[in-house]
Ligand binder design. Structure first.
Ligand code: SAM
Length: 228
């Protein structure tokens, strides 16, 4: 059984897409999509040898070698133009690492702009939204879930003709998550509020000029209090 987290990522993969799953680890995500007849072709990219070998092993044991190509490569370098990828999934990493992977792929023109990006950052969602905005990717959907006591956001984006302009609040909380506040969303931010209060206390007790950090943290705390 696939985790709820990866199942949520799969929900946003269009039927019949050609998927590149970057940082695929065991290749669970592409394997599940194929076994459930949602797609027929995928690339699984991994930069670390151990997980790459796990992916190769799973694909072989399921007899999916014709459908899933496993490549040992850094980020989007696992994708070749002839793959004609239409959806990229990057899950289970921090938002800044996902942004770095996208940035490299963008600079190297591996991203054609035609592929849908389905991203699941574990932390650093704001950094990722900022990257999307700066590179003219429009967020077309978002979701949030809780699994094993952790909160996970899924951000889906597509290239737009013009860069979207998100407010600071939308970058922080997510434009779709903000306009449709679920109980899971509120629970996440109630948790975050506790953490922010703790950090704020530490900052106030710390030596040196912490005023910029305190101001930022206080603003965020006020926004969270307004939300929940
Ligand atoms: N995507 C899977 C998931 O969500 O369950 C695996 C997540 S795992 C925590 C992150 C994986 O990304 C690791 O296997 C790691 O080796 C891989 N990874 C990290 N940086 C990468 C990069 N630049 N290119 C490809 N894979 C990368």
């Amino acid at each position: 059984k696939l985790s709820d987290r990866l199942a949520k990522v799969c929900e946003f993969v269009p039927s019949g897409a050609i998927v590149a799953d970057i940082g695929s680890d065991h290749a669970y995500l592409p394997a599940w999509l194929i076994l459930n007849n949602k797609i027929t072709t995928a690339v699984a990219g991994e930069v670390v040898k151990g997980p790459y070998e796990s992916a190769c092993h799973l694909v072989k044991s399921l007899g999916l070698e014709d459908q899933i190509t496993v490549r040992l490569a850094n980020g989007l370098e696992a994708v070749k133009p002839e793959d004609n990828v239409t959806a990229v999934t990057i899950a289970g990493m921090g938002g800044s690492l996902i942004s770095e992977i996208l940035d490299r792929g963008y600079e190297k023109e591996i991203l054609s702009g035609k592929e849908r990006l389905i991203l699941q950052p574990n932390i650093g969602e704001r950094t990722l939204r900022l990257w999307l905005q700066d590179h003219s990717y429009k967020i077309i959907a978002e979701d949030i879930l809780e699994e094993d006591g952790k909160f996970y956001e899924v951000i889906v984006a597509e290239k737009a003709s013009e860069a979207p302009t998100y407010t600071e609040k939308e970058l922080q909380f997510g434009p779709f998550l903000l306009s449709n506040q679920t109980s899971v969303f509120k629970a996440k931010w109630a948790d975050e509020l506790e953490q922010k209060e703790y950090v704020l206390k530490q900052l106030k007790a710390a030596k040196g000029d912490q005023s910029a950090k305190i101001e930022k943290m206080t603003q965020l705390k006020t926004w969270i209090e307004e939300l929940i």
